[in-house]
Write a protein that binds this ligand. Structure first.
Ligand SMILES: Nc1ncnc2c1ncn2[C@@H]1O[C@H](COP(=O)(O)OP(=O)(O)OP(=O)(O)O)[C@@H](O)[C@H]1O
Length: 587
């Protein structure tokens, strides 16, 4: 109302508002289109608001019999321009499908809400024994929720869904190190335990070779002493060698050699294309681990290839064939009369996307979400992350302490050396944003001496990377400098400190990097080195991600000073090494 009041006042200086004199003058000005008639020191929008109101008043005051007068006023519902002053826009709340908005909540604290193994009697006694042999006496909350749900969906055996219906697909979002791997390994192994013919019935897809090896190891533990066979297809071995572990040529065609296949997407597609006898037609479980990352790699179109291979019909449909698989159709009374072998998708991640558009690419069937940790905070958020991803809110392991260290470019390597040498962490995983940065930091620390250091990046082949990880696990390497290749899923016992030498760009990356420590209820520290210009954005990003306590850890210059002479020598050595490497490369 303020602008119009001001206008009234100005008009009032020569004639009383609403007086016939004033009205006449106003009409004259409007007719001549005299823009200057409005005072130049008024904001245009303010003037227009005042004028608008004035004209409306005039229209109201005009004698009824004069249609021209009436027509000059805008209709009551006309859009009145103005009020452009800065105002905080109301936050747009995500409107999610019910299954995403109302998940089954799972406790996020792995030290609480433990469920003793004997309290879930549905799990096969042999598997219970194996769990105990692995030192596991209770299920973590996510396992206690997901294992019974999965076993129930396969209660009628793996060949047909309950009541002939397709089982619901499952999505699981739980913090890093909360035991998601066993949440799918146990029910998959148990469901397939009594299979008669060997066919590929479970396919687990993971983003990296190292992660696939790790999951393969877990499957091997729980399928040991069962007829089930597990094959790993990641490209670590030659295609021919992998083919030998998948199929065998026999007199009447091909014999399948694996019940469970653990794969990376690229190599999986290679086998779909090139391995004769590689059939996914009996696939019952499709497990997508690190699902948000795998959704991002959908441009490789590996999922449509898998689904096409799973629903490929062999020749004309045989009406007598039991449980044959046809193309996916809407569920209708007619479509359910002939039961189909179901294909159930299981998605797992610590940062599962809540972006319905991304999830739609997975064509989930009546999905059900198990989620940990967001219950009390709601879904709103302001992460700088990919829009829509969990609203920027993530659950972190309870034993994880977050710190940041203000640094300058020149003191960053010194800060690393200080943290590793002075604070004496025995196993440190240090992340950089590129393989060049990883390599240089590795060379620098190596030249400095006093720390057993190694690097992990795509500079090295899979064999070398495997050896490095093994040494790190065995405690032979104190500092592992790595790119984000080890940020996801890698489970190395006893990592005490995660060090972000380069600050991660996304909250999601931060969640996975720092999740390499404080696993399975243990304690861990995360330190991020920050330049002054990065501080504001980083702090905002972490607040949006749900980090409740982020401590500032100053390293006083006096503590770094004793390292400087040796550091300068190491820098000179680094320069020399880099020059030699360049020469070698050029040669
Ligand atoms: N019930 C349990 N009791 C004790 N330890 C467990 C239990 N379940 C899993 N673990 C251990 O916890 C560690 C983390 O498990 P896992 O790798 O499955 O975590 P995750 O949730 O998949 O983590 P990420 O999101 O980082 O991949 C592993 O070393 C595993 O052996």
């Amino acid at each position: 109302r303020r602008p119009s009041l001001r206008l009234h006042r100005r008009y009032g200086s020569s004639a009383a508002p609403g007086s016939p004199d004033a009205l006449r003058r106003k009409r004259r000005k409007a007719a001549s289109g005299d823009a200057d008639a409005e005072s130049s020191d008024e904001a245009p929008e303010e003037s227009s608001v005042g004028a608008e109101e004035k004209i409306r008043e005039e229209a109201a005051e005009a004698p009824e019999g004069n249609p021209e007068e009436k027509a000059s006023g805008p209709p009551a519902h006309a859009l009145v321009l103005g009020g452009f002053e800065r105002r905080k826009a109301p936050k747009v709340q995500p409107l999610l499908p019910t299954w995403l908005a109302e998940p089954s909540w799972v406790g996020k604290k792995v030290t609480e809400h433990l469920v003793p193994i004997q309290d879930i009697p549905e799990v096969h006694p042999d598997l219970q024994r194996k769990l105990r042999a692995q030192g596991i006496s209770s299920y973590f909350p996510v396992q206690a929720a997901v294992i019974p749900a999965l076993l129930e969906s396969a209660a009628g055996g793996f060949l047909v869904g309950r009541g002939g219906f397709r089982p619901r697909d499952l999505c699981v979002s739980a913090p890093t190190g909360s035991g998601k791997t066993l949440a799918f390994v146990i029910p998959v192994v148990q469901t397939l335990l009594h299979r008669v013919v060997c066919r590929i019935r479970a396919l687990v897809v993971l983003p990296t070779k190292e992660l696939a090896q790790q999951v393969n190891r877990v499957f091997n533990i729980y399928t040991d002493a069962t007829p089930l066979r597990v094959a790993l297809v990641t490209g670590q071995k030659s295609l021919a060698k992998e083919q030998e572990s998948l199929v065998q040529k026999s007199a009447d065609g091909y014999r399948c050699l694996a019940d469970i296949v653990v794969a990376t997407p690229g190599r999986l597609v290679d086998h779909i294309d090139q391995t004769a006898g590689f059939s996914l037609q009996q696939l019952r479980f499709l497990v997508i681990d690190e699902a948000d990352r795998m959704v991002d790699s959908m441009h490789q179109s590996w999922l449509p290839r898998v689904v096409a291979a799973a629903f490929q019909s062999q020749g004309p449909a045989d009406p007598c064939a039991l449980l044959q698989r046809g193309p996916l159709r809407a569920v209708t009374a007619a479509s359910t009369w002939a039961p189909q072998m179901p294909l159930q998708k299981l998605l797992f991640s610590a940062t599962l996307t809540q972006n319905p558009e991304k999830l739609q690419q997975l064509a989930l069937h009546q999905p059900r979400l198990f989620s940990a940790g967001l219950e009390s905070r709601g879904l709103e958020g302001t992460g700088d992350d990919v829009a829509g991803d969990m609203g920027g809110k993530y659950a972190f392991p309870e034993g994880l302490a977050h710190h940041y260290v203000p640094c300058s470019l020149s003191t960053k390597p010194l800060a690393v050396l200080h943290l590793v040498l002075t604070m004496r962490f025995s196993r440190v995983l240090c992340f950089t944003n590129s393989r060049e940065n990883s390599h240089r930091l590795f060379l620098l620390v190596q030249a400095f001496g006093g720390v057993s250091v190694a690097e992990f990046s795509s500079r090295h082949g899979p064999g070398q990377r495997k050896r490095t990880l093994k040494k790190f696990e065995q405690g032979k390497i104190q500092l592992l400098v790595s790119t984000d290749a080890t940020a996801r899923g890698i489970d190395v016992q006893g990592v005490e400190l995660v060090l972000n030498y380069d600050a991660p760009q996304y909250a999601r990356t931060y969640v996975h990097r720092v999740g390499r420590t404080a696993r399975a209820g243990r304690a861990g520290q995360a330190f991020t080195l920050l330049l002054r210009v990065q501080e504001r954005r980083f702090l905002r990003m972490l607040a949006g991600a749900g980090v409740l306590e982020l401590r500032r850890h100053e390293i006083p210059g006096e503590l770094l000073q004793p390292l400087v002479p040796c550091y300068e020598m190491a820098l000179a050595q680094l320069e020399k090494t880099v020059r030699e490497e360049r020469k070698e490369k050029a040669a």
